[in-house]
Design a protein around this ligand. Sequence first.
Ligand SMILES: Cc1cc2nc3c(=O)[nH]c(=O)nc-3n(C[C@H](O)[C@H](O)[C@H](O)COP(=O)(O)OP(=O)(O)OC[C@H]3O[C@@H](n4cnc5c(N)ncnc54)[C@H](O)[C@@H]3O)c2cc1C
Length: 299
Amino acid sequence: MFDIIIIGAGPSGLATALYALRANKKVLILEASAYGGQIINASNIENYPGIKSISGFDFATNLYNQVKDLGATIKFEKVLKVTENKEVTTAKDTYQAKVIVIATGKKPRKLEIEGEDKLIGKGISYCATCDGNFYKGKEVAIVGGGNTAIEDAIYLSAICKKVYLIHRREEFRAFSKSIEELKSKENVEFILNSNIAKINGNDSLESIEIKKDNEIINLKVQGLFIAIGGETQNDIFTNVVDLDEFGYIETHNDVMTKTLGIFVAGDARKKSLYQLTTAVADGALVADLAIKYINLSTQ
Ligand SMILES: Cc1cc2nc3c(=O)[nH]c(=O)nc-3n(C[C@H](O)[C@H](O)[C@H](O)COP(=O)(O)OP(=O)(O)OC[C@H]3O[C@@H](n4cnc5c(N)ncnc54)[C@H](O)[C@@H]3O)c2cc1C
């Protein structure tokens, strides 16, 4: 029996664990892939109070080690089901806790065009910091217009020979400082007001076809990085939480779901700002409420 099972080892899940462990609670963290969540993809974080600049990887690793050193049990297993009785099932096992914290964040959105699925890992990637090194000295394209796309383009411009940034609009939805930094890179070319119409290649990516106005541009690239935002992963929890129209978990008191003892932290919940600071703040809030809930229910 664990006091708290946290689903997801991103910033919000790890911050929840940090507060709960410091209050002597027995914590299990279940993570479907690698620790760190989305922030691992940030080449540089410059808006975290108190830290002038740090890479996403270093930030996540520091937080992960901090939590590990405090004695968290961490298992790399994907959660498939939770029940109202706080039972959590993964592909390998079933675990029981007094409290469950959903901290499943978001996963990258797909372009949903032909050829995409077939070439994942064979030229198509959703994570520049994970796969960028495979394209050292090569020509690559990135599609997207938010912070992720801009961050990825900056990161790849230091590794690749040429980087094309394809965006469906003229304006970006990213920090202006990052956009300025990207514009100063000599090996980056912007292809704006454009969409990817087709992905070509059989065993590996050969080229992409870009629709700009009424023209089709055929671009030969070895890599295509898709950075068009994220989508929630909350469908497995609908027996215990309510979702809004975009799949975010509805809450009251910021982090409480409709089921007593099941909380949600970070990007998985409906809120107005999806950032690192708000994710870790959620973690602190959740842990505090969870500790009070456990203490009350065991009195
Ligand atoms: C490229 C990029 C750059 C960014 N830069 C900044 C920045 O500079 N400053 C800033 O404030 N914010 C930044 N962000 C946003 C920030 O990363 C997110 O707001 C934050 O990571 C949200 O944390 P989270 O823990 O809620 O979710 P996530 O980081 O999404 O973590 C969720 C975790 O849950 C796991 N998971 C999901 N489903 C399951 C399941 N069924 N079972 C087990 N585990 C599961 C996932 O594998 C993942 O590890 C950036 C995001 C990106 C993508």
